[in-house]
Design a protein. Structure first.
Length: 249
C-alpha cells in the first residue's frame, strides 16, 4: 500500500489530468511521469494509466448526460470505427524512439492550434449536430483507434480537430462525443495490458478516482462556460505541452 502522501499526490495529479483531458487533452503527460516516479516501469505505468482513462471518461459521459448533452447513437457510431485500430495499436509493437515520438506529437499539437485559430466562415458552430459522417471521418477514426491503443497521449487534441473541422461541431458537442470515443477505444488496450500483467491495480484505482473527479467537473464547466472557454483552454494547453515536448523549456 502506498504512503498517504503518495495517495494524495496521485489523486491530485489525476484530478488535474482528468480536467485537462475532458476540456482539451494531454493529461497523460502528467499521470505517466507521476506513475513512473512512484516506481513503475514504462509498460506498467502505461497500463495502469488506462484504468484512470476509462474511469475518467465514464465519469465525463455521465456528467454530460446529466447536463442533457448526449447523442449516444452518433457517439457509438464514431466509436465503433476506432475499435479495429485500437486492438491493433494495443498488440502491435512499433519501434519508435522517444525523441521521434515527442517531435511528432508536438507537431500534431501545433497543427491543431493553428487549425483552431484560423478564421472560419462561422466562428462558432451551432449546438445542433451535423450527424453526417463522411468516409474521411470514418478513416480518421481508424487512425484515432490505433493512436489511442498504442500511444494515447494527446489523442484528445486529434479527436477535437476532426470533429470541430470535418463535422463542424460546437466545441461543447465535440467534448461530449470525445469522452465517449476515448472511453470505447481505450477498453481494448486496457484488456491487453491486464492480460499481459501490466496493471498496478492499487495505484490505478487511486489515480482513477482523481481522474474521474476532475473529469466530472470539467464536463460541467464546459457546458457552463461554453465554447470560448474550451477554445482558450485548448490553445493554452497545446502550446505549453508542444513547447515542453520540443525542449523549449
Amino acid at each position: 500500500m502506498p504512503e498517504i502522501s503518495s495517495i494524495i499526490i496521485l489523486f491530485f495529479v489525476g484530478a488535474v489530468s482528468g480536467f485537462m483531458n475532458v476540456v482539451a487533452g494531454g493529461g497523460s503527460t502528467l499521470t505517466l511521469p507521476a506513475l513512473i516516479f512512484l516506481g513503475l516501469n514504462s509498460s506498467l505505468a502505461n497500463g495502469t494509466n488506462r484504468i484512470a482513462i476509462v474511469a475518467q471518461n465514464i465519469s465525463a459521459v455521465y456528467s454530460f448526460h446529466l447536463e442533457e448533452y448526449k447523442n449516444y447513437k452518433l457517439s457509438l457510431k464514431l466509436s465503433l470505427w476506432t475499435l479495429p485500430g485500437a486492438v491493433a495499436g494495443a498488440i502491435v509493437a512499433v519501434d519508435i524512439s522517444d525523441e521521434l515520438f515527442q517531435t511528432i506529437l508536438a507537431i500534431i499539437m501545433i497543427g491543431v492550434v493553428i487549425s483552431m485559430v484560423i478564421p472560419n466562415p462561422k466562428k462558432n458552430y451551432p449546438l445542433e449536430e451535423n450527424k453526417k459522417v463522411s468516409w474521411v471521418v470514418h478513416t480518421l477514426m481508424l487512425f484515432v483507434g490505433f493512436y489511442t491503443g498504442f500511444i494515447q497521449a494527446g489523442i484528445g487534441f486529434i479527436i477535437m480537430a476532426i470533429l470541430f473541422y470535418l463535422m463542424k461541431m460546437n466545441l461543447i458537442i465535440v467534448n461530449m462525443h470525445k469522452v465517449f470515443i476515448v472511453f470505447i477505444s481505450t477498453v481494448p488496450a486496457l484488456i491487453v495490458f491486464i492480460l499481459t500483467d501490466n496493471v498496478d491495480w492499487v495505484l490505478g484505482l487511486i489515480l482513477a478516482a482523481g481522474n474521474a473527479a476532475g473529469a466530472w467537473w470539467a464536463a460541467k464547466l464546459s457546458v457552463k462556460k461554453g465554447e470560448k472557454f474550451i477554445k482558450l483552454f485548448l490553445i493554452c494547453a497545446i502550446l505549453v505541452m508542444s513547447m515542453k515536448l520540443l525542449d523549449v523549456f
